[in-house]
Design a protein around this ligand. Structure first.
Ligand SMILES: *[C@@H]1O[C@H](CO)[C@@H](O)[C@H](O)[C@H]1NC(C)=O
Length: 322
């Protein structure tokens, strides 16, 4: 097929995809317990697994990717309150990942509040920003499920620039605050995310500080049970480093798909140790970091249609406050 034709065919192909993955969450989904919601999501994730011998690798079309420069389109990543994507939307970045049930186990007597004190159960989704043979750009999402309330989600990255030829997913920290990108093209792309932030309702006090900060303030404001922490008591880390379990690492020049490597991890494995910094000055200086907990898997990993096409990780919006 000539490439122009391929380009214009895409909308109808999208429609076919949509018809195969219709919205499935039950009407009373949000009111259920965290455990019950995890089971609903896990059943969907298991419904249409990808073939592990032939993982999907097609990038979103040029037409779809053009939406990455449309702030009103990007804004939905921050405003759509659901564990499921808006019908017909495509993950333009982090298109492919792999999902597992997992929980955060926190150290006792944490000075941080909300789920950082109670721990939480959810779904982890390691992914890479774009499949590229020359630049490996790992990311990790974690959906923290709450009893009777919408989830709060972690978005973490090593760097928007990626880790180049190093294909070991577990080589670098995944962080909630990253350095500004050095590549001009990437810096330009992140400007569009900042324009999307400016479009958020509520003004500067209701939006993340910038596109390199994936704020965790909301996470400190609510407990696993759905109980709200009084605003005066909320203590949130400014930044969290998810430090990978080095035992899971593999060769930097590994030729296998990252989903093959992660797919081999056994349930009950510690994926990350969480190190928190209480304010920006400490985070920038890398001083005063404290181990606050770890992330442990509760199932095998599975790459699937729902994990890639429907599972939605809403971005948090509340900026960090002392
Ligand atoms: C990873 O995070 C830990 C904890 O914050 C920090 O001590 C370490 O320096 C980080 N590693 C790198 C390579 O940045």
């Amino acid at each position: 097929m000539p490439s122009e034709l391929n380009f214009f065919m895409t909308p109808s192909l999208i429609l076919i995809q949509i018809s195969l993955t219709v919205a499935v969450l039950p009407a009373d989904y949000e009111s259920r317990s965290a455990q019950a919601k995890q089971e609903v999501l896990w059943t969907q994730i298991q419904a249409e697994p990808h073939d592990p011998n032939s993982f999907p690798v097609e990038a979103p079309s040029k037409l779809q990717s053009a939406l990455l420069v449309v702030p009103t389109h990007l804004r939905h990543a921050f405003t759509h309150v659901s564990d499921e994507m808006i019908e017909g939307r495509v993950k333009l970045l982090h298109t492919y990942g792999i999902c597992a049930k997992a929980h955060l186990v926190m150290v006792p007597d944490s000075r941080y509040t909300g789920i950082f004190r109670t721990g939480v159960t959810g779904i982890v989704r390691p992914s890479i920003a774009k499949l590229s043979p020359t630049n490996f750009i790992p990311g990790m999402g974690f959906k923290a499920l709450l009893d009777g309330k919408p989830s709060v989600n972690f978005h973490t990255l090593f760097s928007l620039d990626g880790q180049g030829a190093n294909r070991n997913y577990f080589h670098n920290n995944m962080s909630s605050v990253i350095s500004p990108p050095s590549s001009f093209a990437v810096a330009l792309a992140s400007k569009f995310f900042e324009m999307a932030l400016i479009l958020l309702p509520g003004g500067a006090s209701k939006r993340p500080e910038d596109s390199n900060t994936m704020t965790v303030y909301e996470h400190a404001s609510v407990e696993r049970s759905g109980a709200t922490v009084p605003a005066s008591a909320v203590t949130a880390p400014y930044k969290i480093d998810f430090v990978p379990n080095k035992d899971l690492g593999y060769s930097e020049s590994d030729s296998a798909d990252f989903r093959t490597r992660i797919g081999a991890i056994a349930p009950g494995t510690r994926l990350y140790t969480m190190v928190a910094y209480g304010n920006k000055a400490d985070a920038d200086a890398r001083q005063g970091g404290e181990i606050i907990g770890s992330m442990v898997t509760d199932s095998a990993f599975l790459a699937s249609k729902y994990c890639d096409e429907k599972l939605h990780f809403k971005h948090a919006t509340q900026p960090w406050k002392q």
